[in-house]
Each structure stands twice: as C-alpha cells, then as structure tokens.
Design a protein around this ligand. Structure first.
Ligand code: GLN
Length: 483
C-alpha cells in the first residue's frame, strides 16, 4: 500500500498524511504473526485503512482540511478508529476532504482538490466530496477500505463518482465520538470498500453501542432491530421477493440519460429475478435540500463557534479592516477566523447564524425542522417495516403500496470534470442542488448505500438503495444483488 501511495498520491492528492512506515511495518508484522499462528483477530486483521481527516487519530494530525486545525493532533483515537485497530486493521493515513465536510467535490480544503482515479481521455474528474480522499484511495486500490463521514451525502456521492461502494448506516449506529462535528443531528460515519461484502465486515466491526457518544443507539433499541431482522427472515425454502420502490419524484429532467438507462436496466434485472418494482411518491423530498441547508448550516455555525484562534487555530495579531467597530478581543477573534476558515466555511457560518436570529428563526429554522419531520413520515408511510424507534403504535401500512427499499440515483450524473467544478466555484448555493438525492435519507437518519452499476464513457455511476431505519441486514443483501 505504501508503495502504491508513493506512486500515485502526488497526482491524486487523496492522502494528506501517511502513517510512518515504521509503525505500519510493526503492525503488519504483528498481524501476519497472528495470522500465521492461525488466530487472526478478526476478518479485518492486517488490512490497511485510510481515515478521513475529520476523524480523530492519536498522534496524527486531524486537520479537517482547514488552516484552523492545520496542527491539531488529538490525544485520543475516535471510537471507530480504536475499534478498527483492535480488530487488527492498520491505519495507514489520513485523507483529503472538503473543509469541515462542507462541499461535494473535495475542493474547498486547504490541501487542494482530490482527483478522481478514473481519468478517461486524460481528462481530470472530480472525486466527489466531501470524503473524496477516502473514496479515491479505495478506488485506486491504495488501501483495503476507508472511513468517511456522511452528513448529507459525503460518502455516497464520492463513492458513486469513484466507482466503489459507499455505505452510510442508520444515524446513531456507529459512534461519532472523535468525529469533528459539522452538523451533529446529521453526521454519520460511513464506510468505503470495493465490494458490499467488505462493507458488511467493516460495519459489523464498528456497529456497537458507545456510552461515550450521547447519540449512540442504546442496547435496548439495538435488540429491537435484531429481533425485527430475525422476524423478517423468510422461512426455509422460501425465496425472497422484495417490493422495490422507485421514487418517481426523483425522475427529474436534470438526471443524465446514461444514468437513467443504468437505473432502468438495474430495475429490469431485479424484476427478472422475481422482485416487484413499484413506482412511489416521496413528495416532501422536493423541500429536502433547502431544509437540509438550513439545519446543517445552523448546527455548523454553532459547532464552529469554538474555533476562535485561542484554543485552536492561528493566533491573530492584527484586526481585519472589516472589524474596526468591535472590541479589541473580538477583533482578534475575527482576524483568526478570517485567516483560519476558507470562503465556503465562512459563507456557511454567516447563513447558519442568520437562520438562528430572532428575525429569521420561525421562517427558516423552525420551518426546516417541520419539513424534516414530514420527510421522515413520508418514508415511514412507504416502508413495509415500522421504524424500531417509533414509540407510537404504527398505523398499519397497506402492503399493496408499501415497499422494502427505494432505489434511486445517487447524483444527477457521473463525475463532472474538475475544471468545470473549479470554474463554477462562484456559483455558491446553486451547487447545493447536487445533493438532491442524498439528503432525504440523511434528514430521516436512514441507512443508504451507493453501489457502482455502470460505466459511461469509462466513468462510473452509482445507484442508491435506501431502507427503513435499522434495516441494514436486508439493505446489504439487496445491495449484493445489484453489484
Ligand atoms: N454536500 C453536502 C454539504 O456540503 C454534504 C456534505 C457532507 O455530507 N458532509 O453539506
């Protein structure tokens, strides 16, 4: 892996830090000894992992691709990293990303853009974002798997652009302890691998209650999920026939025709295998992007308030010109934040703060919360299994209309060229539309996976499968059918 990283990373810019060879060698030797003695620690023993640079790693910088944290070296491992290490995995390095996870092409960070390993006709394409470095590293075979974070699509989108599997489990299943927060109520650790079976192995290794993470799902709810999964197993000799929903609201004109073709041909294959394909409506998703960008930015403005140049970030000595009407200490904070944050992060802090002011709160933040509830209700009314988190008795869903999964595109097209993305930088909020298909599952906390299905002009395309909360076992089963 180290040799391959050395050969390719200068171009790809996927890794921003590679673990010292010494430590890697020691770990690899120890792992191979365990394997030789016939007792590997786990199925992941000895495999190399890359970690997105917003997930804390002891003794390795965790910069979130921000100048604000360029020299921040945490004193502890995040829970997910600690779990990988105790399973025998080797943490080989940290990967490039959009600053604090804000973006869709891994271009907003101070390390410069990530490049997609696919480069047909020598053009350079976006690797997607914000976890583009992790996706590119796995796609280029520089490591076995990688971790990323998915707040509104940051694992599924780069997986789709880079032609690999990107899995965002249900919110609360994988610990967020040690994940630098962008928007707490949406942030989810996600998994990149080259096939679904490997994603399952990583998920199984990390899927455990963490008392140190207040949003981690407790053991009681976990056993409800397990019982529900056992209850949905077909009896022996009975083959599975799933009801697969196709959200017709997602069939918008902007979806590229090769992507539509890939979507249709996957559905046709599933139908030929005996599954039922049903058109469904998810009407509230029309408002998902706008409400996502209110909620995510409001939470981000609060989360990022701690970066003031005192505990973290560059210490400023002179105030910016724009801040001469405020107190000297605030002037220094303003100067540190102007220096430490990139343009996109500053834009989002301003938008987030505005939506939380008394003038805007009702119209924006409260309204967005209502839409979030509607999105969740829309999904609940579609899925055949009830959410294990619902306390109120379920209204019985009509089995003729209900579905087990939804299949949709991940994005409106395959990866755009990097030049096009960098040129459109000024387009600002217009670029947020790219997240239209991924934010609904994030808003509802549902599991969703991006699976590579097709190559178009040598560029990969991903389809997304979404399931009810906690239904990862069936989600991964259907994903294996599609890949
Ligand atoms: N592109 C979305 C955003 O910029 C999603 C990012 C993410 O999931 N971290 O907010």
């Amino acid at each position: 892996c180290l040799r391959k990283i050395h050969q390719r990373n200068r171009v790809l810019n996927a890794f921003v830090h590679v673990s010292p060879e010494q430590a890697v060698t020691e770990q690899a030797v120890a792992a191979s000894q365990r394997q030789n003695s016939g007792t590997p620690l786990s199925p992941l023993d000895g495999s190399a992992f890359a970690i997105k640079d917003n997930i804390c790693t002891k003794d390795m910088v965790t910069s979130c691709s921000s100048s604000m944290l360029s020299d921040f070296s945490p004193e502890y491992d995040s829970t997910v990293v600690a779990k990988l290490k105790s399973a025998g995995a080797i943490i080989i390095g940290k990967t490039n990303m959009d600053e604090y996870g804000m973006g869709s092409h891994s271009t907003t960070g101070f390390h410069g853009p990530v490049k997609n390993p696919y480069s047909p006709r020598l053009s350079v394409y976006s690797a997607g974002g914000s976890s583009g470095g992790s996706a590119a590293a796995v796609a280029a075979n520089l490591c076995f798997g990688a971790l990323g974070s998915d707040t509104g699509g940051s694992v599924r989108l780069p997986a789709s652009y880079c032609g690999i599997v990107g899995f965002k489990p249900s919110y609360g299943l994988l610990s967020r302890r040690g994940l630098v927060a962008y928007a707490n109520s949406l942030d989810t650790i996600g998994i990149f691998t080259r096939d679904v079976r490997s994603a399952q192995l990583v998920f199984d290794c990390l899927n455990e209650h963490d008392p140190a993470d207040p949003s981690s799902l407790n053991d009681h709810s976990r056993s409800k999920i397990k019982n529900q999964a056992i209850g949905s197993q077909p009896s022996t000799n009975q083959s599975r026939q799933w009801n697969i929903g196709v959200p017709i609201d997602y069939n918008v004109a902007e979806v590229s025709s090769p992507l539509k073709d890939a979507w249709i041909s996957t559905l046709a294959t599933l139908r030929d295998l005996g599954h039922h394909i049903k058109p469904v409506n998810v009407p509230s998703t029309r408002h998902a992007v706008s409400s996502y960008y209110i909620i995510a930015l409001a939470e981000a403005s609060s989360n990022l308030a701690k970066y003031d140049g005192v505990q973290f970030g560059p210490h400023a000595t002179a105030a910016p010109k724009s801040a001469n009407d405020i107190s000297p200490s605030l002037q220094l904070i303003a100067a540190a934040r102007e220096k430490g944050f990139g343009k996109e992060v500053r834009r989002r802090i301003l938008l987030g703060n505005y939506s939380l002011t008394s003038e805007a709160m009702e119209n924006y933040f409260i309204h967005a919360q209502r839409i979030r509830r509607l999105i969740k209700e829309d999904f609940d009314s579609l899925f055949s299994s009830p959410s294990p988190l619902n306390i109120q008795p379920e209204r019985p869903s009509d089995s003729r209309d209900s579905v087990d999964f939804l299949i949709s595109p991940v994005s409106i097209s395959s990866a755009p060229s990097l030049e096009e993305v960098l040129k459109a930088d000024g387009a600002g909020v217009d670029s947020y539309i790219n997240d239209v298909f991924t934010v609904p599952a994030s808003m509802a906390g549902l599991p969703a996976i991006s699976i590579p299905v097709h190559g178009y002009e040598d560029l990969p395309i991903g389809l997304q499968v979404t399931a009810q909360y906690g239904d990862e076992s069936r989600l991964l089963e259907v994903a294996q059918l599609i890949e």
